[in-house]
Design a binder for this molecule. Sequence first.
Ligand code: DAH
Length: 346
Amino acid sequence: MLDQLDAVLDEARAALAGVADEAQLRDQEVHFLGKKGALTALMKGMRNVAPADRPLVGQRVNEVRAEITSAIEARRSELEAARIAALCDDPDFDATLPLAGPPRTRSVGALHPLTQVTRHIEDVFRAMGFHLLDYPEVETEFQNFDSLNIPATHPARDMQDTFWLKNGNLLRTHTSTGQVRAMRELGPPFRAIFPGRVFRYEAVDASHEHTFHQCEGLMVDRHVSVANLIHSMKTLLSNIFERDVTVRLRPGYFPFVEPGFELDIQCQVCGGKGCAVCKQSGWVELLPCGLVHPNVLRHGGLDPDEWEGWAFGLGLSRLVMMKYQIEDIRHLLGGDLRFLSQFRQG
Ligand code: DAH
């Protein structure tokens, strides 16, 4: 057995010296060390070795295996060095090109899911005759609160924890800041949406972020109706989800609408069974809305006896989470490419 082992080692050395390239080297590696290789075959003869000799023979098997392995590695380095030397001698060799191997793929960027859904919403509303507006993220206290019928003494100010700036301005806590701006800019009658980022001084968890996205919608005319508002919301949702989704309407309180509603959608992440996203309730508050409060119309320079409006403040981040069944809001702005690359289109 010991002689046979030595013979295999000699054979392997001779064979390795003769290999001309990587492929042949791999063949020899399999031939000597593979599962069905020469060494494994030899080891089958172990049972014929006298028990007293087995430790010695076993040790020699390991030595031979180690020697062949290092001979293979040495040959591999030689081949690699020879290949590089040959390349360097080649007058056409361009050292700035990648070495042979799979072609380097260029990674292609894609639109963020929030952008994709925002564009989808813009398309739906543009088709219904809405303007698309864009308003500042840094706002005045008046615009964020007072103009929306939330004076300083109003308890509703506590509903939204605010990032205040040293100069008394703030990071807008909602896109509703655009309502009075839109009324003054466009003049009635009009309809408009204004999507954007909003900010809250929040403890972050699976369903809360300090920075998230909303889309405000506002329609002002001589007569508007809750029926029309609800119809528009349903049109939007069935378009976005490309199927009928279960919604429910509840009364909701917001100082800038009267009456106000909460339009909830059945949680698409858990199918209504209850999960972290819907806080185990099976429903997600997605679309608060209502008829514009007369005081807000007044701030917009409009006579509430002449003009009416409806408004909604769609939770865009939540909508994206529902559409793509994302269970944690922190993924959205986390910047992890493994997450983002799942939303490549086409
Ligand atoms: N701005 C509110 C918020 O972020 C949401 C909202 C409620 C907007 C009712 C509206 C509305 O336009 O009518 O909490």
